[in-house]
Design a protein around this ligand. Structure first.
Ligand SMILES: [Zn+2]
Length: 300
């Protein structure tokens, strides 16, 4: 059986800029009278980072789960790789639709082939796949531990300052009103008015995605993850994307490596890249991967 030893962690620290208003739904406070119909998710408590920097209570944030789920689903529709032990099917949707036909999986469930990049990065949600590999003596197909982790992303200090100056202390969102049009009269429908709370365009969030490396082949997963980030820029985050919400852009990216020395001896992280996502073209990505492989050469 393949053994897994953590060889290093690639950290992708990013800034995500909202190109349009973002709505990631939160809980509606039931005692609130005259509140918005659809509030966004907000911090229940102030978060203090050291003495001089904190994020106030009620500031909006992007849950890591929202980012992870969206990137995963976009990648499942994009990446073509042999799925499962037979490897005859190339796409996740095709593979999972086959499984839904014999009622072993729900239609539309996330990929659980266990062998593709998505399953290695994000994990296999259905343990039945892993059990099948073990029972049928196909242990070499086990995907290993999920490699990617997504932190929650918080508004940057600059954005919090900008919101305070333009909207006022303790106000972080806009309330957008939307109408329904009567199909016959073409007029706005009575009672069709609803409102949505959004984080306004221009706000930047910062967060981190980490990628655990267990083998040389895992470095390729970094490339796949970058594809996922590009797919997100082309799609949207949160709700109402088809109505223009949630367009985002990775405005700043810093990629570093924490090798075994970082954890064992407290050695510094090694910087692999600093720039924007659009600067990470084929050549720059190859440079990053080469640097990464050289740094880890002695460890494999
Ligand atoms: Zn898969």
């Amino acid at each position: 059986m393949k053994t897994y030893t953590l060889q290093g962690v690639v950290s992708i620290k990013y800034r995500l800029r909202l190109k349009t208003g973002l709505h990631i739904g939160g809980a509606k406070e039931n005692f609130e009278i005259g509140g918005v119909d659809n509030p966004v998710i907000k911090l229940p408590l102030e978060i203090k980072f050291g003495d001089d920097w904190s994020i106030p209570k009620d500031a909006p944030y992007i849950p890591g789960s929202s980012l992870k789920g969206k990137i995963r689903s976009l990648m499942e529709w994009f990446i073509r790789e042999p799925k499962g032990v037979n490897g005859t099917v190339q796409t996740s949707v095709e593979f999972m639709t086959e499984k839904a036909k014999d009622n072993t999986r729900k239609l539309g469930a996330p990929c659980d082939c266990g062998t593709c990049s998505v399953c290695k990065l994000f994990g296999v949600s259905d343990v039945r796949t892993l059990r099948e590999f073990l029972e049928k003596d196909k242990k070499e197909y086990l995907p290993g531990p999920p490699r990617a982790e997504f932190s929650d992303a918080y508004p940057t200090p600059e954005s919090l300052e900008m919101l305070k100056e333009t909207l006022g202390e303790g106000i972080f969102t806009e309330v957008k009103y939307e109408n329904r049009i009567n199909r016959i009269t073409g007029a706005v429908e009575q009672g069709g008015l609803r409102n949505q709370e959004r984080v306004p365009a221009g706000v930047e969030f910062e967060g981190e995605i980490t990628l655990d490396l267990y083998s040389k082949e895992d470095t390729e997963l970094l490339k796949k993850l970058l594809t996922g980030l590009r797919l997100l820029e082309n799609s949207y985050l949160g709700g109402s994307g088809s109505r223009g919400y949630g367009k985002v852009e990775f405005s700043k990216i810093t990629i570093t490596l924490r090798g075994r020395d970082y954890f064992e001896k407290g050695s510094p992280e090694e910087e692999l890249f600093k720039g924007t996502l659009s600067e990470l073209d084929e050549n720059r990505t190859s440079e990053v991967l080469e640097k990464l492989e050289n740094l880890l050469e002695e460890q494999w």
